[in-house]
Ligand binder design. Structure first.
Ligand code: GP9
Ligand code: MN
Length: 620
């Protein structure tokens, strides 16, 4: 019998082993016990048995071709995941897999991410094809009996059940709590995860149809109870001013007031902070949608999704974002970003957020000389943006998105103002000169604003969008920070990004460093209050950063959270000061709230609940 199905068995067993080898070599999957290792080992098998199993219903000629085709497709899937993981340090999900326009635009980065050894992954498929083509005796087979077929699928079913049972034992509620993708992949496997994801996706679609306005009422109650009174002195202090928001690509807080080889990394920002409100315990809360998630947080004060990029999955929802609110107050709203307009589905999403105009790639003059890495260099980007800005009706609300400080942090010699760092990690080394370059570009931007008379009557908000250095680079980061290792607490602390609020005539008189624990979710109500706009009927999860009793809390999208004294990550509570594990009861008071808040936010997005809110607002 083994002989009879030799080719099929070889293909299954080999792809199984290959997947396991790739798990161990290309992904960083933490294993804590031999049982976990065993689960990891068996988890690719059920999916492979399923997809290869269809071969048992085919005639010889088709059957062997089918085996080769499936080997190829599974390998492609595996490989896409490897590439994706190298870049995002995460496993791919269906919404992201199908936004091929984005994967195509990765361009140079893909090239960076490609290793020659990757080709080895496809050698076996070529060998299988050769066997089918040349060695028909080796791949020959006899008719499959009904009993054999039944036995095969029985084994498959048993395997799925055993796998699920073991996984559930490791992690109760595994399949209902979706935002820990690593945990899922570790337990049910990368392939099954995609099936799981597909089921979720269709559930998502159904959720919108089934949702009704009543759910919003409960959420509104929560939000009203959560709300804090704005600081009366600051409420309306920037009334009718222009708003200029800059998304600073991959900028983390650890470079602020810090040096590389004895030189300041962000001299401009360090000075600018001295004339601004600077938030030094401000966290990014993004998920897979990276820059776009940050934009989503800042302008909606809703959480992005645990899977996929909300800019892609729910771009046609009803939102009540800052640009729309300001537009209704007579502002002109525009966004500037020198990339393909469809990247992150921005062209569709910006419409839903209430933007009048999107200045994208086509609106900029981009040449070989003025580009590097992902495109137009920041300095040129700002220069050309200011030329457009001059022509806009005022007051305006604008958002500018920088690009040069993006992985793989490419920069020409002439633009390098600080040396690379020296470690054996090229990514970390190259991060510093590109940050320095962005800093210089920001300096020029502010100068140009002054020159064009656009500075005095504006509020300028600068924020870091998300981390630039992923945990794949912990070793070099530990070296840079002078630590032995990056602990879980260090890791969470590294998710801090700068937030700077600059109000000419106000913050230069009374600058302040504010150390409340906060996050991107808090920007929307804060800004609206500065502009003197009431938010008593607005749906938002953030709290005014200047409110006296603003909670010390930042909820990260993977379910981790930070309070004044504690960090909660992977079901463990840590003492922030010592970095050591502490009793879970310390984090307990927040844990329920965190879960609730993420859940409410997801409900709004999946159910497209703000469409009911808008109806209500119109009826008022
Ligand atoms: C792409 C730019 C970078 O337009 O915003 O995106 P990221 O990879 O950081 O999300
Ligand atoms: Mn980004």
């Amino acid at each position: 019998m083994i002989r009879k199905h030799r080719f099929l068995l070889i293909a299954i067993v080999w792809l199984w082993l290959k997947t396991y080898i790739v798990y161990k070599t290309s992904f960083d999957i933490e294993i804590e016990s031999s049982l976990q290792e065993f689960i990891l080992f068996i988890n690719p098998l059920s999916f492979l048995l399923l997809v290869f199993g269809f071969a048992l219903f085919m005639k010889e000629k088709w059957r062997n071709r089918y085996i080769v085709a499936i080997s190829f497709l599974v390998t492609v899937l595996l490989y896409i995941n490897v590439m994706f993981y190298r870049f995002f340090n995460d496993f791919i999900t269906l919404p992201v897999l199908f936004q091929t326009s984005n994967l195509g635009d990765l361009g140079n980065s893909v090239f960076e991410l490609f290793h020659f050894a990757d080709l080895l992954m496809f050698v076996d498929v070529a060998l299988f094809a050769w066997l089918v083509w040349k060695k028909s005796s080796f791949v020959a087979f006899e008719r499959v009996t009904k009993t054999e077929r039944s036995a095969y699928f029985l084994i498959l079913t048993a395997l799925v059940l055993v796998n699920l049972d073991l996984a559930e034992g490791q992690r109760p509620e595994l399949l209902t709590r979706t935002f820990d993708r690593k945990m899922l992949v570790k337990n049910i496997g990368m392939y099954n995860y995609l099936i799981y994801d597909a089921v979720l996706q269709s559930k998502t679609k159904a959720q919108r149809v089934l949702a009704n306005g009543n759910e919003l009422a409960e959420i509104e109650n929560y939000i009203r109870a959560n709300e804090k009174e704005p600081d009366q002195q600051l409420f309306g202090i920037a009334k009718d001013r222009n708003v200029i928001i800059v998304s600073m690509e991959s900028l983390q807080s650890f470079v602020i007031n810090n040096q590389v080889n004895g030189q300041e990394i962000t001299p401009f920002l360090n000075d600018f902070i001295k004339e601004s409100y600077y938030f030094d315990h401000f966290y990014h809360q993004t998920g897979q949608g990276k820059t776009s998630d940050a934009e989503f947080l800042i302008e909606n004060s809703l959480y992005p999704l645990g899977r996929g990029a909300v800019f892609f999955t729910h771009a046609t929802n009803e939102y009540h974002a800052t640009p729309e609110i300001l537009k209704n107050k007579g502002y002109y709203t525009a966004v500037f970003h020198a990339n393909n307009k469809s990247f992150w589905n921005r062209d569709v999403m910006y419409h839903s957020l209430g933007y009048d105009r999107y200045f994208s790639l086509d609106d900029f003059h981009v040449t070989e000389e003025n580009s590097v890495g992902w495109g137009l260099k920041d300095q040129h980007f700002f220069e050309q943006s200011v030329a457009h800005l001059k022509t806009l009706p005022q007051p305006f609300y604008v958002k500018l998105i920088t690009l040069t400080n993006h992985f793989p942090f490419e920069l020409e010699e002439e633009d390098r103002m600080v040396p690379e760092y020296t470690s054996n990690d090229r990514t970390v080394n190259r991060y510093f000169p590109t940050v320095r370059y962005m800093d210089e570009s920001l300096k020029m931007f502010v100068e140009w604003l002054k020159k064009e008379g656009l500075y005095e009557n504006s509020v300028i908000i600068l924020y870091g969008d998300h981390y630039g250095i992923s945990e794949n680079h912990n070793e070099a980061m530990a070296q840079y920070l002078g630590k032995e290792e990056i602990t879980p607490v260090d890791h969470v602390q590294l998710q801090r990004v700068p937030l700077i609020i600059h109000i000419p005539g106000v913050t230069d008189q009374h600058p302040k460093v504010i150390s409340k624990v906060a996050g991107q979710i808090d920007v929307k109500p804060t800004l609206l209050h500065l502009l003197g706009i009431d938010t008593k009927n607005d749906i938002h999860f953030g709290q005014d950063l200047f409110a006296q009793d603003k909670l010390n809390l930042a909820i990260l999208r993977d379910g981790s959270f930070v309070t004044k004294d504690y960090v909660y990550k992977d079901n463990t509570c840590y003492d922030k000061k010592t970095g050591l594990k502490t009793d879970n009861s310390q984090c307990e008071p927040y844990a329920e709230k965190v879960k609730q808040e993420l859940d409410y936010s997801d409900k709004i997005i999946y159910g497209d609940l703000l469409r009911f809110y808008n109806e209500k607002a119109e009826n008022e």
